[in-house]
Design a protein around this ligand. Structure first.
Ligand SMILES: Cc1cc2nc3c(=O)[nH]c(=O)nc-3n(C[C@H](O)[C@H](O)[C@H](O)COP(=O)(O)O)c2cc1C
Length: 196
């Protein structure tokens, strides 16, 4: 009994949670997305830099523009999911650092005055936050379908700007019929964990 999290929550977040490929028509509301964000915003990032940005693709016109940039096999999923989100990294996150890390406001200039340093930090920390976001979607009783099979430069030009790097697109909703393949195996503890 090493885990203190309620077993039902363990199942909801991990054991029974799956990556959905199809969804029902049930809408995903802004209230649900707000609740997800208000939970996962507490996930840790370096210097609390919080570089993840989320673009909710709600209008049919925007959805159509996004689908064009998805890989062929991903298009039907992105076309039909109740809600689609573009997750990106803000490479200018340092502007918010004095607010986000008030006990060391010098971090902004001491570590992040150069764009390459910001891009590296933003890529790592926004990817961490993307993982928190996926788990947050599950905590809302929904399924996420993260996807990197897409034209990143196309998505950046269509929806973002030079200061934002797209990370992935996430389909969100309640899983539909035939939402997933059989569960793929995972690596065993011994294959992953080394003690020195
Ligand atoms: C970052 C990321 C990118 C992914 N890209 C795609 C994709 O482009 N197309 C797709 O069908 N599935 C994609 N997947 C889904 C994975 O194949 C799936 O999450 C994995 O096999 C585990 O499935 P499970 O959660 O059902 O066990 C992606 C998942 C992640 C986390």
């Amino acid at each position: 009994m090493s885990l203190v999290l309620d077993p039902a929550a363990q199942d909801l977040l991990f054991r029974e949670a799956r990556t959905a490929n199809t969804f029902t028509d049930e809408p995903v509301t802004d209230e649900q997305v707000r609740a997800i964000y208000d939970l996962v915003k507490y996930g840790p990032t370096a210097f609390n830099q919080s570089p993840l940005r989320v673009t909710l693709v709600r209008s049919p016109e925007a959805r159509e523009r996004l689908v064009q940039h998805m890989a062929e096999g991903n298009r039907p999923k992105t076309a039909t999911a109740p809600l689609v989100a573009i997750l990106s990294a803000d490479n200018e996150f340092h502007q918010e650092l004095p607010q986000l890390f008030p006990h060391f406001p010098q971090a902004k200039d001491a570590f992040f005055s150069e764009r390459p340093a910001r891009e590296g930090a933003a890529a790592l920390n926004a990817a961490l936050q993307a993982a928190y976001f996926i788990i947050g979607v599950r905590a809302a009783g929904l399924a996420a379908g993260p996807m990197t099979g897409l034209d990143f430069e196309g998505v950046r030009k269509e929806f973002l700007d030079d200061d934002h790097t797209p990370l992935m697109v996430v389909n969100i909703g309640r899983p539909g019929p035939d939402a997933w393949f059989p569960r793929s195996p995972r690596l065993e503890y011994e294959q992953v964990i080394t003690t020195v």
